[in-house]
Ligand binder design. Structure first.
Ligand SMILES: O=C(O)CCC(=O)C(=O)O
Length: 282
């Protein structure tokens, strides 16, 4: 049972044009940010009354978060160069041959005919479930069918939670997934409103929004020993910061600009912050 929820009408402090200029940069937790409270809260944007985010505190049972963490954490082992703006400001050391930043992120190759598009910093972030680009299951999902099966109940639990709290959103997202799927690739069954998970390990994202389906919502929880410091999830357009802890769940608009504050854990490798972003893609 979810107890009283604080509902706030918020405004956008920066236009999308201004946000586009900040795309790929790091955001810091400054005094302009309001920290999301320790109880459940929702933020709607004034003009259209669109839900931007909803934080549910301590609603994910330990067995659900442990199951997701234990079965999927290894997806973050392989480093990923395709996280675009989320990978943060380009680290030129990673691109000794040069780098062009246009509408796609392009590393320069030693072979002039060879364009390496969509490359960005190497980050610890992997995909579990459907990969939009391929419209099929990710390598992790194909190689680890047992892990995929193990998390099905937990994914369904989260999906049913959304159904209970936001029934209209649930119905709309499920319908969109069914209507748009190019192939019938299901990660966790046809009543689950997400079919993919981004698994991140100590990944400080730069300002970005998610490229999954428009008008859908992502759901995120964190895993690990909960000893991480910092790494707050920031919504720079709304000046809202959320310190996510194990057991919390955030539901956020896939088009809401977000980033992470610096991870300030003294020994981040000993106490990594894992995040699991569940989303709908086709
Ligand atoms: O770890 C987080 O708090 C955010 C992760 C994220 O934004 C992403 O993977 O796109």
């Amino acid at each position: 049972m979810i107890s009283a929820m604080k509902i706030a009408r918020v405004r956008k402090f920066r236009s999308d044009f201004e946000m586009n200029k900040l795309k790929g940069t790091f955001a810091d937790l400054g005094p302009e940010y309001t920290l999301s409270p320790a109880h459940h809260s929702c933020a709607y944007v004034d003009d259209q009354g669109t839900l931007q985010l909803c934080v549910l505190r301590k609603q994910v049972p330990m067995d659900v978060s442990m199951c997701i963490h234990h079965n999927l954490c290894n997806a973050s082992i392989t480093s990923n160069t395709q996280r675009g703006a989320a990978a943060g400001p380009v680290d030129m050391k990673q691109f000794p041959l040069g780098y062009k930043k246009s509408n796609v992120y392009t590393a320069v190759s030693s072979n002039p005919k060879h364009v390496i598009a969509n490359r960005n910093n190497r980050v610890r972030s992997g995909t579990v479930g459907v990969v939009r680009r391929l419209a099929s299951l990710s390598a992790f999902a194909r190689r680890n069918p047992t892990n995929m099966r193990n998390v099905k109940k937990s994914m369904m639990f989260l999906s049913s939670m959304i159904k209970r709290v936001f029934p209209t959103m649930y119905a709309k997202q499920l319908q969109a997934l069914r209507a748009n799927s190019r192939r019938r690739v299901d990660a966790w069954g046809r009543s689950c409103i997400f079919n993919s998970v981004a698994v991140n390990r100590n990944f400080r994202t730069g300002v970005h929004f998610d490229k999954d389906m428009a008008d859908t919502y992502g759901v995120m929880l964190v895993g690990g020993d909960d000893q991480h410091v910092g790494g707050e999830l920031l919504f720079p357009q709304l000046n809202i910061a959320v310190d996510m802890r194990v057991g919390d769940l955030i539901i956020f608009n896939s088009r809401a600009w977000h980033a992470n504050a610096k991870i300030r854990t003294k020994k981040p490798d000993e106490h990594p912050r894992f995040s699991y972003v569940m989303y709908a893609t086709v």
